[in-house]
Design a protein around this ligand. Structure first.
Ligand SMILES: [Zn+2]
Length: 379
C-alpha cells in the first residue's frame, strides 16, 4: 500500500525518471551547528535521478576490486589498463526509489538516501572548485560499497580517503558501525578527494601514479605524497569552511590535522624524506598539514576564495615544473607566485616560519622577493 500511495502522489517517480534541476532531501553538514542533518538541497547536474547519472560523475554500487601496487607501478600501466585488470566483478547500476511531495524529492529508503547524498556532496564540492576557477576537472566514476582490497586483503585507501588514483575512481565505502560519518557525506572529505584528483590530473598528467612513485628518489616520492595531502586538506577545509571536518569521519587522531592551529615543520620531517618506505613507511599527513595550515592561516585572515584560486592556479604550473623535479622549495615558491599580490608577502612570511626547521630560506623562494619578517611561532 505504501508503494501505491507513493505512486499516486507522483506517478513518474514509480516508473519514470527525473532530471535536474530539482529539490531533494539529502544528508548535509551544518558547519555552524557542527551537526549532520537532513536538509533540502538543490540538485543541478543529474541527467537521471533513477540511476544517479550526471555531470558530477555516475554512481554505481557493489562489485569486487582487487588492486595490486606492483601492477600500478608497472611501466606502461594506464588508468584504463588498471581498471580492467583490477575490477573482478563490475559494479551494478543503482536504482533510486523516491516520492515527490510539494516538488521535493524524498528518497524512499536508506540506500536511496545514502546514494543520493553521495552524489549531492560530489556535485557540491565540484561546483565549489569550479567557482574557484577549476572548471576542467573531469568527472570520474563514483563506486559505492565495492569490495575493495589490495594484495594484503585490506583497502588500499587510508581512513577517510575516497579517491583511488591508479583507477581514477572514487570509492565510497559502505556505512559501518565504526564510522562516525561516512566520508562520502562529509563535504570536506569529498573536497579532499577532489584535491587528490586535481593533483593527479593537473600536476602528474593523469598517469596512474605521480612520476616519483615509479622512480628511485625517496625524497621526491615523499614530497609528492605530502603535496597531495596538503592540497587535499586545504581544499577540504576551504570548500567545507570547516577546519575540523576530519573530526566527523576519522577515527584516529583527527585533531592532528585540524587547520585552525599552527603546524610547524620539524627536523624529523626533514630526516624522514630520504628514508626508504621498506625501512620506515612515510606518513605524508604531518608535512601535508604544515602546507595546508600555512595556506589556511593566510586564507582565513584575508579572502579565502582568493587564496584558494591561487592554490588551484598553482597546480598547472607545478605540472609544468614536475619534469625537472618538485622539491619542497619549488612547491612553496610556486604557491607564493600564484598567491594574490596583496597576500603574497604575508603568505611568504608564514612559509619561512613554518618551514624553517626544514631549511627553507629566503633564497629558496625567489617569488617572495624580500627578506622575511622574523615570525616566531615555530622557532
Ligand atoms: Zn588524502
Amino acid at each position: 500500500m505504501k508503494l501505491l500511495a507513493g505512486c499516486a502522489l507522483a506517478l513518474y517517480a514509480c516508473g519514470g525518471d527525473l532530471a535536474s534541476p530539482f529539490s531533494a532531501v539529502a544528508i548535509t553538514f551544518d558547519v555552524n551547528k557542527q551537526a549532520f542533518k537532513l536538509a533540502q538541497v538543490r540538485l543541478n547536474s543529474l541527467s537521471s535521478l533513477r540511476h544517479l547519472r550526471g555531470s558530477a560523475g555516475d554512481v554505481t554500487a557493489g562489485g569486487k576490486v582487487r588492486v595490486s601496487s606492483v601492477a600500478a607501478r608497472a611501466s606502461g600501466a594506464t588508468v584504463e589498463s588498471l581498471r580492467s585488470a583490477f575490477i573482478k566483478t563490475q559494479p551494478s547500476q543503482v536504482e533510486i526509489a523516491w516520492n515527490v511531495l510539494n516538488d521535493i524529492v524524498y528518497p524512499e529508503d536508506f540506500a536511496s538516501l545514502e546514494l543520493l547524498s553521495t552524489y549531492y556532496n560530489m556535485e557540491k564540492a565540484r561546483a565549489e572548485l569550479a567557482n574557484l576557477g577549476l572548471t576542467t576537472l573531469p568527472a570520474r566514476p563514483i563506486v559505492a560499497h565495492a569490495e575493495l582490497t589490495n594484495e594484503n586483503g585490506i583497502s588500499p585507501l587510508p581512513d577517510g580517503e575516497l579517491y583511488y588514483a591508479p583507477m581514477a575512481t572514487f570509492f565510497a565505502p559502505a556505512t559501518t558501525a565504526q564510522q562516525a560519518v561516512p566520508p562520502a557525506f562529509n563535504l570536506g572529505a569529498v573536497a579532499h578527494a577532489l584535491g587528490h584528483q586535481a593533483v593527479e590530473e593537473l600536476v602528474w598528467g593523469g598517469t596512474p601514479l605521480p612520476s616519483p612513485e615509479t622512480g628511485t628518489d625517496n625524497e621526491a616520492r615523499h614530497i609528492a605524497r605530502a603535496l597531495s595531502e596538503g592540497v587535499g586538506d586545504y581544499l577540504g577545509v576551504a570548500v567545507s569552511n570547516d577546519p575540523h571536518w576530519f573530526d566527523h569521519s576519522l577515527q584516529v587522531e583527527p585533531a592532528e590535522r585540524a587547520l585552525d592551529q599552527i603546524h610547524c615543520s620539524s627536523q624529523d620531517m626533514l630526516d624522514a624524506l630520504p628514508v626508504d618506505d621498506a625501512t620506515a613507511p612515510f606518513d605524508p599527513y604531518p608535512l601535508g598539514s604544515v602546507i595546508a595550515s600555512a595556506l589556511w592561516e593566510e586564507a582565513s585572515a584575508t579572502t579565502a576564495q582568493n587564496t584558494s584560486r591561487g592554490v588551484l592556479a598553482a597546480l598547472g604550473d607545478l605540472g609544468t615544473k614536475a619534469a625537472s623535479g618538485l622539491t619542497l622549495a619549488v612547491i612553496l615558491d610556486t604557491l607564493a607566485a600564484h598567491s594574490p599580490d596583496d597576500q603574497r608577502a604575508d603568505l611568504c612570511d608564514i612559509f619561512f616560519n613554518r618551514f624553517e626547521q626544514m631549511g627553507i630560506k629566503a633564497a629558496d623562494l625567489p617569488s617572495c622577493g624580500k627578506a622575511p619578517l622574523q615570525r616566531t611561532e615555530c622557532q
